[in-house]
Design a protein around this ligand. Structure first.
Ligand SMILES: [Zn+2]
Length: 226
């Protein structure tokens, strides 16, 4: 290839890279507009992932963690509001949010607690248990345990008793460490599980509602004690 041609190829490659980074930056910045601006509330619900970040994926059942987390968050918002708690949502649609977007928004609401809603993932389609995570040892632990207790009442997806559980571990997430209020990440169920996939994709919303109710029970217990 001639020198001039090579230069032209490199120039267009550089232009393509620049345009691509601009598009990524634009996509990342759209998150702010999707938050409930100016919201003041008692509880912040944070639906994990979103937009360009699908979270864990169950290819067999066509499920993405980002969609399931938002579905559960919306149900939980309705349950808490019906009980008189003001709720602010970090996202209400399929937006890309950074951890910074999430904790900065939570800190702007004056809320008492932040609950980040996730589903776990594993290459093993039989893996399924519930747990919650805490970051700030003193502030988060009690909330993480209360939400864990709520989730522990969930029926197992395979129909045998209640969900398996794993005791809440600490986790160095910016969402937990940089939020000013007690906060927890709920790894509710494994979206990658075959048994969960069957339930979550059956079109009835029954499993999503069960998860929202279990989270709600834990949150209500915590709020009633504070
Ligand atoms: Zn997640």
């Amino acid at each position: 290839m001639a020198r001039a041609d090579l230069l032209r190829v490199w120039t267009s490659l550089l232009a393509a890279v620049l345009i691509a980074s601009f598009l990524v930056a634009a996509a990342l910045s759209t998150g702010a507009g999707a938050q409930e601006a100016g919201c003041r509330g008692q509880v912040v619900l944070d639906a994990g992932h979103g937009g360009s970040d699908p979270g864990a994926v169950n290819a067999r059942y066509g499920l993405k963690e980002k969609d399931q987390a938002l579905d559960v968050a919306r149900r939980l918002e309705a349950l808490l509001e019906a009980d008189g708690h003001a709720v602010c949502m970090t996202r209400t649609g399929d937006e890309t949010l950074s951890n910074n977007d999430r904790y900065a928004y939570a800190n702007s609401t004056g809320a008492e607690i932040l609950v980040s809603i996730h589903m776990n993932g594993s290459p093993d389609p039989a893996a399924d248990y519930t747990t919650t995570l805490f970051g700030k040892w003193r502030k988060d632990k009690e909330l993480a345990l209360a939400v864990f207790d709520g989730l522990s009442t969930l029926p197992a997806a395979d129909g045998a008793g209640t969900m398996r559980t794993r005791a809440p571990p600490s986790f160095a997430s910016g969402v937990l460490l940089k939020s000013e209020m007690p906060a927890t990440i709920a790894e509710t169920v494994f979206v990658t599980s075959d048994a969960e996939g069957r339930l979550l994709s059956d079109g009835t919303g029954t499993r999503q509602q069960q998860i929202a109710e279990a989270l709600g029970a834990g949150i209500e217990d915590y709020l009633a004690a504070h």
